[in-house]
Ligand binder design. Structure first.
Ligand code: NDP
Length: 480
């Protein structure tokens, strides 16, 4: 075991006042905030279990109103508008996200449970970056490689999950608008607030009514949106199970679909890698955002000759992660997003125990209230175990071993998913060889969880199809 002095930290909480939390939020349709005819939902702070706010939800007729508003906006305003004009709105939205960044970061941490350090330094800046990036494309679509005058698809229906609420909204909305589409977005039931502040930002940016519509609600609102015949294209991020349902209901309709689903990424560590740096990358790969990351490096494959050394370093490093109040600037791992997700993580971890893996759990103290799970590392994991096959979507790492590069590739690809992978080695030639062999949409080399709006992101197999980001991501919103 490595030994170093551990520093203690005084609490450094960010003030929640800046989130300007209101007791109730309305949905955003046709440029106006209004109540919905659905049963309002209560959104909860997962770190304290207190109700944060009541949020209006859409009924079937509200979804229909929003589709009509989006169609009108597409036909009359946004579709015909020159790209250079559309770009101005996207730039404006990007700048307003930056101006309101502290408010958005605190609100996101309250509603989602993620550490303020991450919402402040990752989610919000990346959301702004997606609007900046796509603003740049809006007047250059002729040069994107999709023909001389590529046309938008029309009205896009977008359904997003709870793990990166604002960032996923930006990933979805920015390319759609840049290409000239109008959108309806359904945020996840447990994290609707930042998307509604983004709606305020759209209003502040003078975005024409109907171009962006935000319709909160549960899965039934998502299903209503997906099945509405007036929606030309669906973009979904979430579980593979719901993705399959959506694909089934769209089959034969001629409506377009992109799916960004689950993952069980392999993060592969060769014995020639700088081990301390690799351990940092492994920790970031799985404990970032409590492991609620579709591309999380949830399976680490370690070359057998260094596995004991790596496990020692890993346990020591993980034991220094501070788990607790998401608003504290020292917190590394925040709250699990919901009781339901906590139950799912607990069930899968129990299955790891039952199937004979060796569990190590960080001895860190956990808060008395709220949904928290101590960072956990399983070793002696075999490929058949559920913890090696299923997406846990929590702060739980499964460590497996390999001897040769071929074995590493075979194990990495032995999954129904194919979203991301990581390789840690000193040899550039090996990185290129591995990257060519792995069926993963993104392969990170000597780093992990790096995101950039210019880089396409998406999966193979049960991780979905279609790309988001970069030039490739435009294809999903153009009639090509
Ligand atoms: P879901 O796939 O159910 O949720 C994703 C989004 O789809 C949410 O907005 C949800 O609404 C909505 N939705 C649910 N049912 C339907 C439907 N029939 N038609 C259209 N939209 C629908 O994920 P969960 O939140 O239930 O999480 C379950 C598991 O999925 C997690 O434990 C995790 O393993 C995985 N997951 C993976 C993600 C990824 O990015 N790969 C993201 C989220 C979850 P609502 O939230 O209101 O139910």
């Amino acid at each position: 075991m490595t030994s170093t002095t551990q520093w203690t930290y005084a609490p450094a909480p960010e003030s929640r006042d800046i989130a300007r939390l209101r007791p109730s939020y309305q949905m955003y349709v046709d440029g106006r905030f209004r109540d919905g005819a659905g049963e309002p939902l209560k959104t909860v702070n997962p770190a304290t279990e207190e109700v944060l706010a009541e949020v209006a939800t859409a009924s079937a007729s509200d979804v229909d109103d929003a589709v009509k508003a989006a169609r009108r906006a597409f036909d009359e305003v946004w579709g015909p508008m020159p790209g250079a004009e559309r770009a101005k709105y996207l730039f404006r939205i990007a700048r307003l996200i930056q101006e309101r960044s502290r408010e958005l970061a605190v609100l996101e941490s309250l509603d989602n449970g993620k550490p303020i350090r991450e919402s402040r330094d990752v989610d919000v800046p990346l959301a702004a970056a997606h609007f900046f990036h796509h603003a740049g494309w809006a007047d250059k679509l002729d040069h994107a490689g999709y023909g001389p005058d590529p046309k938008p698809i029309g009205v896009a229906g977008q359904v997003i999950p709870w793990n990166f609420p604002l960032l996923m909204a930006a990933w979805k909305i920015a390319p759609a608008l840049a290409c000239g589409n109008t959108v309806l977005l359904k945020p996840a039931e447990t994290t609707p607030l930042s998307a509604l502040v983004l709606a305020e930002i759209c209003q502040q940016a003078d975005l024409p009514p109907g171009v962006v519509n935000i319709i909160p609600g549960a899965g039934d609102v998502g299903a209503e949106l997906v099945n509405h015949a007036g929606v030309d294209k669906i973009a979904f991020t979430g579980s593979t199970e719901v993705g399959k349902l959506i694909q089934r209901s769209l089959a034969g309709t001629g409506r377009k679909l992109t799916l960004e689903l689950g993952g069980k990424a392999a993060n592969i560590l060769f014995d020639d890698a700088p081990l301390d740096q690799a351990v940092e990358g492994i920790v970031n790969g799985i404990f970032f955002n409590q492991g609620h990351v579709c591309c999380a490096g949830s399976r680490v494959l370690v070359q057998e000759s260094v596995v004991e050394e790596v496990l020692d370093k890993l346990r020591y490093r993980v034991s220094t992660l501070r788990v607790g109040d998401p608003l504290d600037k020292n917190t590394d791992v925040g709250a699990i997003n919901s009781r339901q997700q906590l139950q799912k993580i607990t069930e899968l971890v129990d299955s790891g125990d039952a199937e004979g893996a060796h569990r190590w759990t960080s001895p860190c103290p956990l808060p008395d209230k709220g949904f928290f799970f101590a960072p956990t590392v399983f070793s002696d994991v075999s490929q058949a175990m559920r913890i090696a096959r299923e997406e846990i979507f929590g702060p739980v790492l499964s460590v497996l071993t390999f001897r040769t590069p071929d074995e590493a590739v075979a194990k990495a690809n032995n999954t129904p998913y194919g979203l991301s992978a990581g390789v840690w080695t000193d040899k550039g030639s090996r990185i290129l060889w591995m990257a060519g062999k792995m069926r993963a949409g993104v392969v990170w080399a000597n780093t992990f969880n790096r995101f950039d709006p210019a880089a396409p992101f998406g999966g193979y197999k049960e991780s979905g199809f279609g790309r988001e980001g970069g030039r490739a991501g435009l294809e999903a919103y153009l009639d090509v």
